[in-house]
Write a protein that binds this ligand. Structure first.
Ligand code: UT7
Length: 321
């Protein structure tokens, strides 16, 4: 059977890390509040010359190098972002041109913090259907550009960065490696609990992120537990089979609550929220790459990706490396 296999990963962070203490010098907050409520200790903030595309290009180059695959062999780029360089063209086309693989398919997907899960599921379907052979799946964000730095309830939570994986269609046995299942959901009833108050068609401004944090938190725990169970049920695995959970990094308390609901020890959860904060669509591939590069995530491991974000949108994917 044809499955999409993860061949390599890469990530990129802006040059500048901003600690909670540094943030507390310009926002009415404290290191203690941020750490206790979120687990965040620092975030990376892009300088003027660092953009969603430049971070995506750096992450993609590293992923290609790790995969041992040349850019010219990539015929599909799916880039998840809510902070594109421009309203259009798709940031994926800017990445495609910089990498030198023009001619294939390239587009962006918008599902905010679940964007990487949506991009992975899309690329996986296209590879399995034969539309493409080798894909770059990227999550890249510069959320610092859409934060209201006067709103302490949101501006302390987010950071910038990018992560990428190379997926390749391979003919494998039933119990072979690859993307085993992708489950996606959206519930538009809640589209105003986490949103940006601007856009080309309404205000003609870029706008700022707005969030009713407590309500988002409540939905996140319930929805993530449900989609994880759904993904396991679809593949016949049980929580104890999972080697690593690579979750969207919004809040350490959400990560703990989700692991508890599944009965998974917290040592099986890759956590980067302390260093990266919430990087929206970039957080899952950034965390995955961190786990691969520090040697925890290894070939043959069973890895669960999961995320929930604005829309609401949420999803999970189970992958055998
Ligand atoms: O990525 C997409 C998914 N996003 C999420 O999953 C985020 C989910 N939500 C959360 O992580 C949490 O709800 C937050 C971290 C955003 C907030 O934590 P909370 O425990 O729900 O706090 P809260 O918003 O209810 O605020 C509690 C208090 C308030 O003060 P009063 O009204 O109790 O006096 C806030 O004004 O904390 C205050 N507060 C702050 N204090 C210091 C809010 N932000 C800050 C801050 N520093 N930065």
């Amino acid at each position: 059977m044809i499955r999409s296999q993860i061949r390599g990963s890469g990530s990129a962070l802006p040059r500048t890390a901003v600690t909670n203490a540094e943030l507390a010098e310009r926002v009415d907050t404290s290191d203690e509040w941020i750490v206790e409520r979120t687990g965040i200790r620092q975030r990376y903030i892009a300088e003027d010359d660092e953009t969603t595309s430049s971070l995506a290009i750096e992450a993609s180059r590293k992923a290609l190098e790790a995969a041992g695959i040349e850019a010219k062999d990539i015929d599909l780029i799916v880039l998840a972002t809510a902070t594109p360089d421009q309203t259009f063209p798709a940031t994926a086309t800017i990445v495609q041109h910089a990498l030198g693989c023009n001619g294939g398919i390239a587009f962006d997907v918008g599902a905010v913090c679940s964007g990487f899960l949506y991009a992975l599921a899309t690329a996986d379907s296209m590879l399995r259907s034969g539309m493409a052979k080798r894909a770059l799946v990227i999550g890249s964000e510069t959320f610092s550009r859409i934060l209201d730095w006067e709103d302490r309830a949101t501006c302390v939570l987010f950071g910038d960065g990018a992560g990428a994986i190379v997926l390749e269609a391979q003919d494998v046995a039933e119990d072979g490696p690859g993307v085993l299942a992708c489950k996606l959901h959206a519930d538009g009833e809640h589209n105003q609990l986490l949103y940006v108050d601007g856009g080309p068609s309404t205000t003609q401004t870029v706008g700022h992120l707005r969030m009713r944090g407590r309500e988002v938190f409540r939905h996140a725990v319930v929805n993530l537990a449900a989609v994880l169970e759904e993904t396991l049920a679809a593949t016949g695995f049980v929580p104890a089979d999972i080697d690593w959970v690579v979750p969207h990094q919004a809040n350490a308390r959400i990560l703990d609550a989700t692991a508890r609901k599944l009965g998974l020890p917290s040592e099986k959860v890759i956590v980067t929220v302390d260093r990266h904060a919430n990087t929206s669509a970039a957080s899952v591939p950034l965390a995955f790459d961190a786990g691969v590069r520090d040697g925890r995530i290894r070939p043959g491991d069973l890895v669960m990706f999961e995320a929930m974000g604005g829309g609401f949108t949420w999803g999970a994917s189970l992958v055998r490396l």
